[in-house]
Design a protein around this ligand. Structure first.
Ligand code: MN
Length: 706
């Protein structure tokens, strides 16, 4: 069993006696703090931080990382505050421990949310000190190595999290040995049977292959020595999980994967790499298109090597990696290799740390990113969750949404009511269009208004099913209630023509008519009328059938026009051809299923059915009509500097609002400007026109209609 003395011995090979003593002190502190606590295995708790520190010692991490490793569970598990650690061991170590604790607190309820949260916390930790992540990875590695003692469910949860989060991060940081161990341990915990089967198959294959591997290795080694090139030839095997993934992902048979013979040649310097490449290419024929120069162009995680594939004897494919010892260390340990590698600036304790940061920076530059850690984490996330974006609520809650989601999707994800009453949004505290696609890491705030309703146009840009369903549902409800109330008004108007009213019709009579139409509720009938599917006049006659003799005519005078209030909603729309505004003589055109479109009385588009009572009904404007109505104006005026500003000022000073403006003609002297102005009614329009006339050089103003 490992002891602090054994660890101290190992540490003294690369740390000063003072530093080793500091690590010892941290160990004794942790031992006391965790006194009485035991691991699931029954061992004293302190064996865990000791093992974590030992993993970091293998990477030759500095004394502060080792101290943090010793203390990493102290804040979380013993309630000792950060300040106390800071007083005992200095601010840096306390910060490291705090950072690791924050990563540990990610014991999450809702998986997706907390995963994103992890990344964010990790990002923050990273921004301060990369060593936090290395300590956390070592912590996780030890927990994975001792996973058997946990219950099945917990074991799988930790294994899954390791595969989904920690393994990719280790990979991102270039730490291949940690990455491969995470994957194999995670694989074993998730799928023990499959892991065992593959392990056995690999063992069998190894036996069968021994002879041919030996032959190839020998011929490669001979080739190097003949050319006088120093280098070590090693056989190479894929780790279990990568074999498993290849079998699953690429649907390849085990034998097919194992049929490839892989070797690595480690040499002294870069120049030798290329000379070795030349030598092996003359020994065996290279596979066209398979040569990769990752020395000249390193991978995103900093990995460097030459890769080539050869046709060996009898045509067996041989994969070869050629790299220097330093590249080999980098490939195995990634960022941690900077501690492992003793360099000339050993005297400077900050040196290694600085170089590690430089390395991260280099990786980020390789990824063509600005170089802040949040974006780095963003990349990790993009690799892991390619189809999701993570955004924050103003309170810091994380919402997971499909890629392309907008603020409206976000609003419905927060709550249906928020979606339904949403009117605007702020993205990162700046007002933004509701249709803008959200990006990971943004904070989204929804502005709601009581009584606001979903806009049909939202259906053009929402991506989530939830938003779509709720918008549709809400519009349907809205349209139905509006159709019902319009239908009721139309029916009562028709009934008034016979000196009657819906309230005065006997219930039995209504029921009889509904049965005749095969409708269940009165509202269904009213909705039909409002939507223009049934004529109010005909329905009124049916309802009154008994009391009317066949020749009864509607009473003249009682059949006054229906008054439009401007609040009817979706069932009433204003014709684009003639843009009627309150005060204009109007007529309603009922089109089946669409409700009523309001036209000017003399609009050419309705002239053919203007007097057909089935299709057109007389309308008037209510006294208290509300809303804003667009009209189009054509203004001819002498060209002058700043005339758009003049027009805008004139319209604004009459409380009008310009919705659209375009300059039609300009022969240098006369300009023709088309304006769409929103006004309340004709009186208001007259005021706007009067103001426009006061502009110098205005010759004509016309209101445009089809
Ligand atoms: Mn731990």
């Amino acid at each position: 069993m490992a002891s602090i003395d054994a660890l101290a011995d190992r540490l003294s090979t690369y740390l000063s006696p003072d530093q080793v003593n500091l690590v010892r002190r941290a160990y004794y502190y942790a031992e006391q703090a965790h006194d009485g606590q035991r691991r699931r295995s029954g061992e004293a708790y302190v064996t865990h931080p000791l093992a974590v520190a030992s993993i970091l010692a293998d990477m030759h991490m500095d004394h502060q990382s080792l101290m943090a490793a010793m203390l990493h569970d102290v804040i979380e598990d013993t309630g000792i505050p950060k300040d106390a650690l800071s007083g005992q061991f200095g601010a840096t170590v306390a910060e490291l421990v705090d950072g690791v604790s924050k990563l540990t607190q990610m014991d999450f309820q809702s998986k997706a949310e907390a995963q994103a949260e992890n990344f964010q916390k990790m990002a923050m930790a990273m921004a301060r000190d990369i060593r936090v992540i290395l300590v956390k990875l070592a912590d996780r590695l030890h927990n994975m190595r001792t996973l058997e003692v946990l219950s099945g469910e917990k074991r799988r949860r930790i294994a899954k999290e390791t595969l989904e989060i920690y393994a990719p991060i280790a990979n991102r940081l270039g730490m291949h040995s940690v990455f491969a161990e995470f994957e194999d341990l995670g694989f074993k915990a998730m799928h023990p049977m499959r892991a065992e089967r593959i392990k056995r198959a690999v063992k069998r294959a190894r036996g069968n292959r021994r002879e041919i591997v030996g032959k190839i290795q020998e011929s490669l080694a001979n080739c190097l020595s003949q050319e006088g090139l120093p280098g070590e030839v090693k056989g190479r095997e894929k780790h279990l999980y990568s074999i498993y993934q290849k079998m699953r992902g690429k649907r390849r048979a085990f034998n097919e994967i194992m049929d490839v013979y892989a070797f690595r040649i480690i040499v002294d310097k870069v120049d030798t790499c290329y000379r070795v490449l030349g030598a092996v290419h003359s020994l065996y024929k290279p596979f066209p298109g398979r040569f990769k120069d990752y020395i000249a162009i390193p991978k995103a995680n900093g990995y460097q090597s030459l890769h080539t594939t050869l046709f060996g004897m009898h045509g067996v494919p041989i994969e070869i990696q050629i790299r220097t010892r330093e590249m080999e260390e980098m490939a195995n340990h990634g960022i941690a290799a900077h501690w492992l590698y003793k360099s000339s600036d050993e005297a400077n304790p900050r040196g290694t740390h600085e170089r590690a940061r430089q390395w991260v920076k280099g990786v980020l530059e390789l990824q063509q990113r600005a170089g802040n850690s949040l974006e780095f984490i963003e990349n990790v996330k993009i690799d892991l969750f390619p189809d999701e974006v993570y955004v924050f609520t103003p309170k810091g809650r994380i919402m997971e949404l499909p890629k392309g989601s907008t603020a409206v999707d976000f609003a419905y994800a927060v709550h249906t009511d928020v979606g339904n009453s949403c009117i605007a949004c702020r993205i990162n505290r700046r007002l933004a269009p509701l249709s803008e696609a959200l990006q990971s890491g943004q904070t989204v705030e929804i502005v709601t208004a009581p009584g606001a309703r979903p806009n049909p146009a939202w259906l053009n840009f929402v991506v989530t099913g939830k938003a779509r369903t709720h918008i549709r549902h809400s519009l349907k409800q809205q349209r139905r209630s509006e159709s019902v109330s319009l239908g009721e008004r139309l029916l009562n108007k028709a009934l008034a023509g016979f000196d009657s009213h819906l309230e005065r019709i006997a219930a039995e009579r209504t029921a009889a008519v509904l049965a005749e139409y095969q409708l269940a509720h009165l509202d269904d009938l009213l909705e039909d009328i409002g939507l223009g599917n049934r004529m109010a006049y005909v329905v009124a006659r049916r309802l009154l059938a008994e009391s009317l003799d066949a020749t009864a005519e509607q009473l003249p005078g009682h059949d006054g026009p229906l008054a439009i209030r401007g609040t009817e909603g979706l069932v009433i729309s204003y014709a684009k051809c003639c843009t009627p505004i309150p005060g204009d003589p109007i007529v309603g055109h009922l089109s089946a299923g669409k409700g009523m479109v309001i036209h000017l009385d003399n609009c050419r588009n309705i002239s053919e059915f203007r007097h057909n009572p089935d299709k057109c009904i007389p309308l008037s404007w209510a006294k208290d009509v509300s809303g804003e109505f667009n009209v189009e104006l054509r203004v001819e005026l002498e060209h002058q500097r700043g005339l758009i500003a003049l027009l805008a000022t004139a319209v604004a000073s009459a409380d009008g609002n310009i919705e659209k403006i375009s300059m039609d003609e300009r022969d240098g002297r006369i300009s023709v400007v088309q304006l769409v102005v929103s006004v309340h009614d004709r009186v208001h329009l007259a005021r706007v026109i009067k103001r426009l006339r006061t502009i110098k050089g205005v010759s004509h103003i016309t209101r445009l209609r089809a």
